[in-house]
Design a protein around this ligand. Structure first.
Ligand code: AP5
Length: 215
């Protein structure tokens, strides 16, 4: 069974939505650098203070901050599903070095994508629970009661970096700095499974399960 996996793709491709389910089914932790950084901002840690302005503008947080955060988080884990890391070639090189040092391999990379207009529309409708971090969507997956999480009753809010100007910046960062990470792992012969996420969530998840061999 797959134990060390990356989920990759532009903002709004559905990484978080599917990664939570997949990590549960694989029995590994879902480690999402975006969630960790938002948690650091909410807890007002020194890292959160450094990261906040970058995230609000839709820019990537500097590599050295994210690499040390991730290194500490995976140090004692024997398996994981990484969501949102690596996001630059220097981050990919740092992960490859961490794996070599532990004498373990990456089992594969799920590469998700969808047309840009759909990505923008999904992000415009996204609402995230302030309590349990569950993700809903006003257009595609509305909660039973507007503004309230079905899972825990928490308040649903719009992420500050989901304003349109920040989203366009995030998409540009993805195209210029993040997409080369695919070629980096392709050269290393890591299996890459491409998933176009235009269908509904359950269809997309079926495709993902078949790709990683757990259907
Ligand atoms: P991060 O939190 O990682 O955000 P992102 O990569 O921009 O991804 P999103 O969370 O926007 O999208 P997603 O693909 O997870 O989509 P979701 O499943 O929610 O990063 C945020 C910021 O943190 C970055 O901009 C950067 O500043 C910083 N950062 C994080 N990691 C970093 C790193 N390694 N280096 C440097 N900086 C870093 O789905 C979106 C919506 O669509 C939801 O409402 C969902 O319900 C809906 N949806 C999903 N799939 C479907 C479907 N098939 N049908 C209908 N609706 C769907």
């Amino acid at each position: 069974m797959v134990r060390r996996l990356l989920i990759f793709g532009p903002p709004g491709a559905g990484k978080g939505t599917h990664a939570k389910r997949l990590a549960h089914d694989l029995g590994v932790p879902h480690i999402a650098t975006g969630e960790m950084l938002r948690g650091a901002i909410a807890s007002k840690t020194p890292l959160g203070a450094k990261a906040e302005a970058y995230i609000r503008r839709g820019e990537l947080v500097p590599d050295e901050l994210v690499v040390s955060l991730l290194r500490a988080r995976i140090a004692d884990e024997s398996g994981w599903l990484l969501d949102g890391f690596p996001r630059t070639v220097p981050q990919a090189k740092a992960l490859a070095t961490m794996l070599d040092e532990s004498d373990v391999k990456l089992d594969g990379m799920l590469s998700m994508d969808a047309p840009e207009e759909l990505l923008l529309n999904r992000i415009a409708g996204r609402r995230t629970c302030d309590g349990c971090q569950a993700v809903w969507n006003e257009f595609y997956r509305p909660p039973a009661k507007t503004g309230v999480c079905d899972d825990c009753g928490g308040n649903l809010s719009h992420r500050p970096d989901d304003e349109e100007h920040a989203v366009r910046r995030r998409l540009a960062e993805y195209r210029t700095k993040t997409s080369p990470v695919l070629a980096f792992f392709a050269e290393k012969r890591v299996p890459i499974w491409t998933v176009i996420s235009t269908n509904d969530v359950d269809d997309v998840y079926d495709h993902i399960k078949k790709s990683v061999g757990i259907s």
